[in-house]
Ligand binder design. Structure first.
Ligand code: SF4
Length: 438
């Protein structure tokens, strides 16, 4: 059977699609990157914004028109919160809600293994899976669900209460990726900071990171999104180990305390400022990025101005800016004083502009410096060779001309020019690129 896999949204969705890919390969099926030849198409959907939901509907219609014989299976958060709506989309063959997702592959191929004897997969892990992930980083799901109730958030509705995987399973999985030649593992979850809480361990994430750094050979370990609370004292001391990468994505969502209260966020300007200072004290070259929602119900021009000021004060290196969209079933969707679209759009553009300015400033700090880059993919070529793209340890997106085989290599690069979306660089001490044809 030929299967095309795609995920929309967060890294957790990516890691779930990677697991499905390995299960299908272990059952002897083929992962394809061309939807026109696929027998089955699996889309892991997202419900965080109205745009993400629309992307899933548009993609389903388009892929169905391109291959009417393929069975299109829709799973993920959008499929969970609006199964009937998605089932009515032309081309949608089957809806699999989140709590059935772990059995999805078995629904398609009953003989597929439920849990994977990881080490057996080593040869396959080395081959980057066309059409599914194509990453050099292994996204590792460590927990699911969340017990918080941020008023705008649909994820808790779609994914339920917090559930943690067992530490031993996670360590074994990461060691298997390391043995398969992966250079980097990224820990993902809905609420990463709550790892272990459902197992009665309030310092679960700290102990998990320590166990991974002690009991695996993975060269680079990165944390994905981390809510700015549930962070125990001494947490930032973990970064004394250089394998833990100096990049933290801590969603602020608003720089106005009044709006943070309306969002039911368990943080304030003061506590976030203190956390950012503590992180920067312990983590040299920290890349601190964040999520910001613009146009939350009731947001006044004053609230928005405070948000802009606070974002500039913290000096984030990257902003993910979301224009507030009411999500079905959330408290915020029922709130009065919804902001008109025109106002939301204008504020979103101002926040994005600030974000670009801050990113450029952050990248400019490293022009002239030499940083290790993990090369991932190519984006074209010129007469001198292929243009490769990769990420520094502190998550600057770098592109440089290089020889044909940089995939999954960590190589030193001197940054030569800063851009809002990253930097240009040149490889240091690496043989001049050879013409691919020679
Ligand atoms: S912490 Fe808040 S925003 Fe994050 S998943 Fe939980 S409810 Fe949603």
């Amino acid at each position: 059977m030929k299967v095309f896999l795609h995920s929309i949204g967060c890294r957790l969705n990516h890691s779930e699609i990677e697991t499905m890919a390995r299960q299908l390969l272990a059952a002897g099926h083929e992962i394809v990157s061309d939807t026109a030849v696929a027998d089955k198409i699996i889309i892991n959907t997202c419900a965080v914004t109205a745009e993400a939901a629309r992307d899933a509907r548009t993609m389903t219609r388009r892929l169905h028109r391109g291959n009417p014989d393929a069975e299109i299976i829709l799973t993920g958060c959008y499929a969970t919160i609006a199964p009937n709506e998605l089932a009515r989309v032309e081309g949608a063959s089957r809806i699999v809600v989140n709590n059935q997702k772990p059995q999805l592959v078995q629904m398609l191929v009953p003989n597929a293994p439920i849990s994977l004897p990881i080490f057996d997969q080593e040869p396959i892990l080395r081959e980057f899976l066309a059409g599914s992930v194509g990453h050099t980083r292994a996204f590792i799901k460590v927990q699911d669900g969340c017990n918080n109730r941020c008023t705008f958030c649909v994820t808790t509705i779609a994914r339920g209460e917090g559930k943690s995987r067992h530490l031993g399973d996670i360590v074994a999985e990461i060691q298997a990726f390391a043995q398969a030649g992966y250079q980097e593992a990224v820990l993902t979850g809905v609420h990463l900071g709550s790892y272990g809480h459902d197992l009665g361990n309030q310092t679960g994430l700290l102990e998990l990171v320590q166990a991974i750094l002690t009991h695996t050979d993975i060269p680079r370990l990165r944390l994905s999104s981390l809510e700015p609370w549930d962070i125990p004292p001494d947490f930032f001391r973990l970064w004394e180990n250089p394998r833990l990468l100096p990049h933290l994505h801590m969603p602020l969502q608003s720089g106005s305390d009044r709006i943070l209260r309306r969002m039911a966020r368990r943080t304030t300007r003061a506590s976030f400022r203190a956390l950012a200072q503590a992180a920067r004290t312990h983590i040299p070259d920290l890349n601190l990025s964040t999520d910001i929602i613009v146009g939350f119900p009731g947001e006044t021009e004053q609230d928005f101005a405070e948000s802009l000021d606070f974002v500039e004060e913290i000096g984030f290196s990257r902003l993910h800016v979301f224009s507030y969209s009411p999500r079905p079933g959330t408290a915020a969707a029922k709130m009065p004083n919804q902001i008109p679209g025109k106002v939301k759009k204008e504020r979103t553009q101002r926040m994005i502009a600030l974000g670009k300015q801050l990113s450029l400033q952050f990248h400019q700090r490293y022009v002239g410096q030499t940083l290790p880059v993990l090369w991932e993919t190519t984006v074209g070529a010129n007469e001198d060779g292929l243009r490769w793209v990769g990420y520094t340890d502190n998550y600057i997106r770098v592109s440089a001309i290089g020889s044909p085989n940089l995939m999954n290599k960590v190589l030193p690069v001197r940054l030569t020019e800063a851009r809002p979306d990253g930097a240009l660089g040149e490889l240091v001490g690496v043989a001049a690129p050879v013409d691919a044809g020679e």
